[in-house]
Write a protein that binds this ligand. Structure first.
Ligand SMILES: NC(=O)c1ccc[n+]([C@@H]2O[C@H](COP(=O)([O-])OP(=O)(O)OC[C@H]3O[C@@H](n4cnc5c(N)ncnc54)[C@H](O)[C@@H]3O)[C@@H](O)[C@H]2O)c1
Length: 455
């Protein structure tokens, strides 16, 4: 019997009738080595660095790493000197086979679908950074594949299952601020250039430590440019460019439609996860957007997106407003007069009162709020949830099926932003019924010989 089969059998044996809680074993550091889930990290130089360290702390054993940029990945390679190294994720998956149980994907948005599908094809447990994919078609294929394969999945959106999410759910569902018909979410992103009108005209040699072709993956081939020219004002278009003067890599891929998903794609999954769960939101009937000028190649500097949700499970219809680029709700309820809003947040407007994140700000609702008992189990440590799921325990709170709702949320908003016209989406038919330009963006071509194939 091979290692994975043995592990599975072992899990099945303890999984019935119950999983032994980790605290009984004395915490992750006391997990017997034979129980360790072996993990491969793909895309490890950015957020992959701290997140793989978190995985290690949680109890995963990091045995293989892959990145297309030796320099950007160096700190992660140095932290896990024992891990086998790869540049091409296909080689990692082909070579590691039985030596890896789970795969973490931390690459830019445009390669999430390729890598998660390839890992699922090898029947690995998979954790992908948010947003799950860059297009709606990719999202559908990845979710269908995950369902078929049945391994444990997770997406790194800020969880609804932690303290804040559970408290918001308890308060809203107890009716503390009455019926919710209006939600506002805002983020101070982008902290990377957006609003570009053209690709750079200067090009740079590709360093020998970097595989630009693999980085581009299925995106249309472009010449490599490391940084914006010295006299370019592009990096100054935003209040802070965390990826400095980089054009695409690292970090600044976010602003380009070919690689990233803009401010909404970057932060929307984090912010919407709690309201989606607490208010049982699924697909909006209509999404409309207004923004600074949008170009087909880049997301705009700032946008406002409005989502109309129908009545559902005894809850009234509601509107959700998304703001980015420094924009915020223009009119605040009187309870928030004089209050400085945080850089990003969630505002729930109820028929009886108002909540800012998990704080009830309407004095007349305070007493009722204080009396709401804590009923929901707090989980919410992303990799702990995933590890439990890998071992046959409860599924992670943002498994691919759940993540598909919040990913589709951000991607539909982007269709409205990019086309400047309202979007009515039929999820069963995978069609935008009122906006042919947006409909055409649901499926986007794969280039350079790559194919988007489900399982
Ligand atoms: N809290 C979170 O969950 C969180 C936080 C930040 C970023 N993210 C997500 O993580 C992703 C990456 O963002 P980042 O800021 O780390 O970007 P980054 O550019 O700093 O890092 C991406 C890494 O992936 C590598 N890479 C690119 N293509 C690859 C490929 N085909 N195979 C192997 N390695 C490849 C790059 O060389 C780089 O090391 C994005 O999708 C972003 O939305 C999630």
């Amino acid at each position: 019997m091979n290692r994975r089969a043995f592990l599975k059998r072992g899990v099945a044996a303890v999984a019935a009738p119950m999983i032994v809680p980790r605290h009984v074993l004395g915490g992750p550091e006391h997990t017997p080595p034979s129980e360790k889930i072996t993990l491969a990290g793909i895309g490890i130089g950015g957020i992959g660095h701290p997140q793989l360290k978190s995985c290690e702390k949680t109890g995963f054993q990091i045995v293989a790493l892959c990145d297309v940029d030796d320099n950007h990945a160096k700190k992660t390679y140095d932290h896990f000197p024992q891990a086998r190294r790869y540049r091409d994720f296909r080689e990692l998956l082909a070579s590691e086979k039985d030596r890896v149980d789970a795969v973490y994907c931390g690459t830019p948005d445009h390669t999430h679908a390729l890598i998660t599908l390839a890992a699922l094809r090898e029947k690995k447990h998979v954790c992908c950074v948010k947003p799950l994919t860059r297009t709606l078609e990719e999202c559908k294929l990845v979710v269908e594949a995950a369902k078929k394969v049945g391994t444990a999945t997770q997406v790194t959106a800020s969880p609804w299952s932690g303290e804040t999410g559970c408290r918001v759910m308890e308060l809203l569902q107890a009716g503390v601020i009455g019926e919710i018909r209006e939600i506002h979410l805002w983020s101070d992103r982008p902290k990377w250039p957006q609003g570009m009108t053209a690709y750079p005209t200067n090009t740079d040699p590709v360093p020998s430590t970097f595989d630009w072709d693999l980085w581009q993956g299925p995106a249309e081939k472009r010449p490599f440019t490391a940084e914006w020219a010295k006299d370019s004002i592009v990096p100054d278009l935003v209040s802070a460019s965390w990826g400095k003067r980089a054009v695409y890599h690292p970090f600044n891929f976010r602003g380009w439609t070919a690689y990233g998903t803009g401010s909404l794609g970057d932060m929307g999954c984090h912010y919407v996860n709690i309201p989606y769960r607490a208010l049982k939101l699924r697909y909006p009937t209509r999404v409309a957007a207004t923004s600074t000028r949008a170009y087909s190649i880049a997301y705009p500097l700032a946008s406002v997106v409005t989502y109309d949700f129908p009545a559902r499970e005894g809850l009234p219809p509601c509107q959700l407003f998304w703001y980015d680029g420094g924009l915020r709700p223009p009119v605040l309820p009187k309870e928030l007069d004089g209050e400085k809003l945080p850089a990003g947040g969630a505002l729930y407007i109820g028929s009886k009162g108002v909540m800012l994140n998990d704080r009830v700000v309407t004095p007349s609702c305070a007493e009722k709020a204080a009396a709401v008992p804590q009923t929901l189990v707090r989980r919410g440590e992303i990799f702990q949830e995933w590890l439990q799921a890998c071992k046959g325990g409860e599924k992670a709170s943002c498994d691919f099926e759940w993540a598909s709702y919040i990913t589709d949320f951000v991607l539909l908003g982007n269709l409205a932003i990019q086309t400047g016209k309202p979007v009515a989406f039929d999820p069963a038919a995978m069609r935008v019924t009122n906006n042919p330009e947006a409909d055409a963006l649901i499926r986007q071509p794969y280039h350079n010989g790559w194919k988007l194939e489900g399982i």
